[in-house]
Design a protein around this ligand. Sequence first.
Ligand SMILES: C[C@](O)(C(=O)O)[C@H](CC(=O)O)C(=O)O
Length: 515
Amino acid sequence: MTELISQYENDIARIEAWWASDRQKHLQRPYSSAKVASMRNTIPLEYPSSIQGNKLWKLLNKHREEQTPIMTFGCVDPGTASQMSRAGMELVYVSGGVSGLQIAPEIGRDHADYPSDTVPRVVSHLFKSQCFHDRRQKSYFLGLSKEEQQKFQINDYLLPMVADGDMGFGSVTAIMKETKMFVEAGTAMVHFDDLAIGLKKFTEKVGRTVVPFSEYLRRLTAARFQMDVMGSEMLLMSRIDSYHAEFITSVVDYRDHKYVKGATNLEVGTLIHAVNKAIEAGEDVQEARFKWLAEAKVMTFPEAVQAAATEQEYQEFSKLMQAKQFPSLAEMKSYASKTVAAPVNFDWEISRSSVGQYLYKSCPQNVIERAIAAMPLTDTTWARMDTPIWKDIVEIHTALREVDPARCFGFGFTGAFNYAGAGYSEKDVAELPHNLAKLGIVFQTQPIFALQGTNMFVYKFAKMFKEEGMAGYLRDIQGPSLSEKHDHGGTAWGGNYLADQYLNIANAMDLSMNL
Ligand SMILES: C[C@](O)(C(=O)O)[C@H](CC(=O)O)C(=O)O
């Protein structure tokens, strides 16, 4: 019994020293070291994700200081990961969307509806493959002559992996389990977003739903707590998805109230009723929805005040609004009643969707507020965007860097970004990675290469092979592969040297045989 108590007390001291370290000191936890210590195992467990997390932390900060980008892309298979190493990339991104379409037991769109262990399993598989290549490279290298060693290119096969944790696949205990799986798998950094579970409609232009502020912070706290219990240095990234959200699940948190939209024409009945009527009549539901939204004159409460007030009244109202960063609806209503003569009609209940979501106004400011609230619990931030609007990127990251100048940020160039539509010239696109890096946005991923790129390359090859057969194969694949010493099963990459060494060792089985 006393042993358990002294171990618990030692753990508390160790945790506090750890939290004061350079790597951890930027974090603030809403729980004590004693709580963490009380939930630790009685044997010390260590995880390679700590080594990978620390490696990534150094890498991100080096690039932040040098204002240079770390370019990477989504990868779900060992071969691709090994070639990323060989090409000198510095990290590997494991995409949820690609895992859902390539790895999940039941393939489907990126709705995060695949089993919660899908991405951790991909990371675990990749990590084992990274360790294999690391081992076989070392043993191969050590078997070379001094001259050969001089010329040998040593690859870093153990690139840190950044993994997509989506929204965590459940509430507190589910997120803790998910985080545990990522730590055990060898993940260097995981991101959890503020999207609603079960309502993810990914990369479709409409219909994204976020959870309230408080629910998101609860997710991050659960993940951080799990990492603390495991003593893990894996990095936790907050990914804020509110920039393109159209809905929020609840108005329980007053910090969201400024952005929740309601009907200002109260004569229209409910949105649900309008949609159901259209379904019954066999009419276009989307059209009925748009019609209702226009008739209901949907807007946020501050916008409703502006519409009802004179310019002078609105200025008075705005002054009162500045008194508090996060006024609740009740407070905003009281400010309006003190400053505006006309009635301000506003009802956020009648505009709720059929699954109960409230309408939500997305804008850079709510991304900033959410990202700042998430900072004490997380190591890095990703403000996700469907369209890379440069002025908003600058606004968001400038505001965030004022709060934490040393923060490293991430960015995803999603597959369908319309750069020209967002005003980018070819030169702007070429300079984008460097311009992002100047804002501290150093982790930059093209998440879906393993769909967009791989599909295209395989299609082109398959067409050629069908038409030209082995002659085409020899010309385009086998010839260059052999002559340029690309990796394939018959090279050192395939592990034959390592296997030979295993065989030799095993063949030396019994020295007493003296054959
Ligand atoms: C990063 C992402 O979550 C993914 O699953 O890879 C997606 C990718 C995409 O839609 O292009 C994302 O939400 O950005």
